[in-house]
Design a protein around this ligand. Structure first.
Ligand SMILES: NC(=O)c1ccc[n+]([C@@H]2O[C@H](COP(=O)([O-])OP(=O)(O)OC[C@H]3O[C@@H](n4cnc5c(N)ncnc54)[C@H](OP(=O)(O)O)[C@@H]3O)[C@@H](O)[C@H]2O)c1
Length: 441
């Protein structure tokens, strides 16, 4: 057997410690499938004294991650620190520059610097692998890169953030408000102390940026993603969705259209009986629509120590087998700049909920504004009426308010936005209307 492939791991937190454990405990099994032995030789983190629940005694401790990244004692650098910039970026860049292959779980780093780092890797003949960065334990990168490669992909989408997918179903089953469920998710460890990244949709957008690049052969274009979080979803929306036969999910969608590539992350209504509607809790899923292969969906744990470590180790195994496929499959020089389809060009059906002053002419005016933009309505549901709240536009709105839910037929986002602007200006409603896109599945 040829020389072992020597690994250095930077970051020994949730994922890093699990990778060390997996390499320690599964050496024999891994070896059975590889032409070279995998040997962890050195590690680094911030605090050398911390008990990480794994035996580190056999490995060299290096104080500085960048020094480890370029150490002549390692062949592959495993970055499990996290963060878009700072040490993670410096160390990965240094490793690739010095010709060392890199495995990382860091979606933020790749969403912002993916194309540049892929170029660097190719220049020095190194591999850059990131299976764990997208949907944790789900092997979607490998599936796209290998098994599904021959199919022309039209759409890739999925539930890419476990925190949101934990919160939304709980709001439904327990009829609780967003803030309340979020606080519980934080206490249970399913949401970060600062949850903005997850609930604001940015974490899902990082992952979507990487999927889009591989699926469509484009440069990684995180800044081109339309991002909307789940903060404004209310129990009223969840109830209405349920009544109308839908579930609300935070979806990431990348779609090839005549106007370019749509990349979007937003709360989405999906049919209650679709497979994706059944994916709940911290489970993730990624679905691919391809011309030959049809529809494929992979479901599994989107995060967590074990699943993420399993993806990291699968990348290490590929490198040990000699795989130097470019990071985004096509050589970085062949990745094309993304032609972004504007969100206003998005076509689909919409759910609209608004609180309407119950007075003569209000409904006719709303329907008229929709008609002006050629938006036709599939259904109108008038939900429970309630008293106008004191202080809400009291001068103009004595009397009752009615919660009205509209489902439109497919239209453009430009048309729906114009119609809603006019409806707001007419003054028949209180609050901003709620608008949720319906995905055609
Ligand atoms: N956790 C998951 O389920 C999951 C899933 C998919 C992807 N990921 C990605 O995996 C990466 C790691 O996540 P994690 O959850 O394992 O994070 P974590 O538990 O916070 O661990 C981060 C590790 O990095 C070390 N570190 C921080 N700054 C450092 C520096 N300047 N130099 C050297 N080491 C440094 C920390 O050291 P100390 O321990 O000494 O403080 C810690 O061991 C992130 O990119 C994350 O997005 C995580």
């Amino acid at each position: 057997m040829s020389k072992p492939i020597r690994l250095g791991i930077a970051g020994l937190g949730t994922v890093g410690a699990a990778v060390v454990k997996l390499l320690n405990e599964r050496q024999q099994r891994l070896q059975a499938a590889l032409p070279r032995r995998i040997q962890l030789v050195a590690v680094t983190a911030r605090d050398r004294t911390k008990d990480r629940g794994v035996d580190l005694s056999g490995f060299e401790w290096v104080d500085d991650a960048v020094a480890l990244a370029v150490s002549p004692d390692i062949d592959v650098f495993i970055e499990l620190i996290g963060g878009e910039t700072g040490t993670a970026y410096d160390a990965v860049e240094a490793a690739l520059r010095s010709g060392k292959s890199v495995v990382t779980a860091n979606k933020a780093l790749l969403a912002h610097h993916g194309t540049e780092l892929a170029r660097l890797a190719e220049k020095s003949g190194a591999a850059l692998k990131f299976e764990a960065a997208v949907a944790g334990g789900i092997p979607i990168i490998k599936a796209l890169r290998e098994s599904l490669w021959s199919s022309e992909i039209r759409r890739v989408y999925g539930i890419l953030n476990g925190t949101c997918n934990y919160i939304l179903p709980l709001m439904m089953t327990e009829g609780r408000a967003f803030d309340d469920v979020l606080a519980e998710a934080q206490a249970a460890g399913y949401a970060e102390a600062d949850p903005t990244f997850d609930i604001g949709g940015f974490d899902a957008a990082h992952k979507l940026a990487l999927l889009t690049s591989i699926a469509f052969g484009t440069e990684v274009a995180f800044d081109d993603i339309y991002v909307e979080g789940i903060e404004n979803i209310t129990p009223a929306d969840i109830d209405a969705a349920d009544e109308l036969g839908y579930r609300i999910k935070l979806l990431g969608v990348a779609l090839k259209t005549d106007a370019g590539i749509e990349q979007r992350v937003h709360p989405t209504m999906v049919p209650k009986h679709s497979a994706i509607a059944e994916v709940n809790g911290v489970t993730n899923c990624v679905a691919v629509d391809g011309d030959d292969v049809g529809a494929i969906m992979l479901v599994g744990p989107g995060a967590g120590a074990g699943p993420t470590a399993s993806s990291v180790v699968s990348d290490i195994m590929d490198i040990a087998r000699g795989d130097r496929t470019p990071a985004f499959v096509r050589p970085a020089a062949d990745l094309v700049p993304q032609e972004r389809a504007r969100m206003r060009a998005h076509e689909g059906a919409y759910y609209i909920r608004m609180s309407v002053y119950d007075r003569p002419g209000a409904f006719a005016a709303i329907a008229g504004r929709m008609a002006e933009q050629e938006v036709s309505l599939e259904s109108i549901v008038q939900r429970r009426a309630h008293r106008a709240l004191p202080g809400i536009d009291a001068g103009r709105a004595p009397g009752e308010l009615t919660n009205v839910v509209l489902i439109t037929h497919p239209t453009t986002e430009a048309a729906i936005r114009k119609a809603l602007e006019a409806i707001v200006a007419d003054g028949h409603i209180v609050h901003k209307p709620q608008m949720i896109r319906i995905e055609n599945l």
